[in-house]
Design a protein around this ligand. Structure first.
Ligand SMILES: NC(=O)c1ccc[n+]([C@@H]2O[C@H](COP(=O)([O-])OP(=O)(O)OC[C@H]3O[C@@H](n4cnc5c(N)ncnc54)[C@H](O)[C@@H]3O)[C@@H](O)[C@H]2O)c1
Length: 358
């Protein structure tokens, strides 16, 4: 095991995110004194789950694997209920623990089962997609989807640790990598412009999980998220900047009934909100234009020819009402200088939308 990077997430329940190659031997140390561990895994990464269970058994822990349907189908109450049944059958106590192996869907549902079983048992995340490495596995948000919508049921439950084993990227399809790159580019614009420089220095590499800068892009994005959630676990303040590009992005996902991948919708949302920032007189032309260039370079879409703006506006308004706030956007006041724009003029919004829709 060589060259491991440790990124600390501070707060009331601090934990470490370890990044490196071949990290499974580190897993038992993240769960000291646990008698039993259930390794909950996406069916597409069952080999890694078996290796994780073997690493735990080697240290004297009773470990078994429970496979989930792959991807978003796993984020349901029935899958969570099956996990509760499994934990019950194994008589899991507060000393026992869950290990989640998979993408964001897996870390969300396994994290939710861990958050709710006995009102909270330890969970370690082993994210296997770029999105889960840089976003879903860090920050402690867990949840499932219900008939009322995505992610409306959940809990804040920080993990006991996160193992980002770069070996798993070897099997990740390129389009899943590109999907996650939207969050990496977001981190570049809101906090760490060196990310953008890395992408621009080798555009071809930035499109692939095995690209030369993959590790740096991942580590820098995790550091950004770790820094933000360290100071705001419950999304009452600074964490809001993570929503850059997400207000319109979520609305696009909703009107498209989630047929557009999250990263694609967020990419379009970032181009929109950069233009909104520019039109509001808050962002320079060059930084606004850089959004389209960088996102295009990594293979993400920057325009959307689907629903008219009125449909999206309605969804954004309903969403905001549900959260008891007026329509507001995370904008940029310059590179790496996020700010808020509250209750913007509808004409301004339409003008910014023209940028992505024409
Ligand atoms: N909790 C949070 O803070 C947070 C943040 C962002 C997103 N999310 C959630 O994350 C979910 C999306 O996560 P995702 O993009 O990782 O998708 P995902 O978990 O659905 O995984 C995408 C696909 O990749 C496959 N896969 C995963 N790892 C693989 C690997 N190493 N090799 C080959 N195939 C692999 C999966 O089987 C699946 O088909 C959404 O439900 C979203 O709401 C949560």
């Amino acid at each position: 095991m060589s060259d491991v990077t440790t990124i600390r997430v501070a707060g009331t329940s601090p934990y470490d995110v370890l990044v490196g190659h071949g990290l499974l031997p580190r897993l038992p140390a993240l769960l000291p004194d646990s008698g039993r561990v259930l390794v909950v895994a996406d069916a597409n990464v069952s080999g890694l789950a078996a290796d994780a269970a073997a690493a735990l058994r080697a240290s004297g822990v009773v470990a078994d694997v429970h496979l989930l349907p792959s991807g978003e189908q796993a984020k349901s109450l029935s899958v969570a209920a099956a996990l509760w049944d499994e934990l019950g059958r194994r008589r899991f106590t507060r000393n026992d623990a869950v290990v989640a192996v998979g993408g964001g869907a897996t870390t969300d549902v396994a994290g939710f089962a861990a958050a709710t079983w006995l009102r909270g048992v330890r969970v370690v995340h082993i994210p296997t997609t770029l999105l889960a490495m840089v976003d879903a596995a860090v920050g402690g948000k867990t949840g499932v989807n219900t008939a009322a919508g995505k992610n409306l049921v959940g809990a804040f439950h920080p993990p006991a640790g996160v193992l980002v084993d770069l070996e798993v990227l070897a099997s990740l399809p390129d389009d899943e990598w590109v999907n996650g790159m939207a969050e990496v580019v977001k981190a570049g614009f809101i906090a760490d412009p060196d990310i953008l420089v890395l992408v621009e220095s080798d555009e071809q590499a930035a499109k692939q999980p095995t690209g030369a800068h993959a590790r740096q892009l991942i580590e820098r994005s995790i550091r950004m998220k770790a820094e933000v959630v360290s100071s705001d676990l419950r999304e009452t303040g600074r964490r809001e900047i993570l929503n850059y590009g997400h207000t319109l992005g979520h609305a696009i996902e909703r009107v498209e009934d989630y047929r557009i991948p999250h990263g694609h919708a967020v990419s379009i949302g970032m181009v929109f909100v950069a233009e909104l920032s520019r039109l509001a007189g808050r962002l320079d032309d060059e930084t606004a234009g850089r959004h389209t260039a960088v996102l295009t370079a990594v293979g993400l879409p920057t325009s959307y020819r689907g629903h008219p703006f009125d449909d999206l506006l309605e969804v954004m308004r309903v969403d905001k009402k549900a959260r008891g706030a007026m329509l507001r956007f995370v904008v940029l006041d310059g590179l790496a200088r996020p700010g808020l724009l509250e209750g913007p003029d509808e004409d301004l919004l339409r003008a910014a939308y023209d940028k992505v829709s024409t």
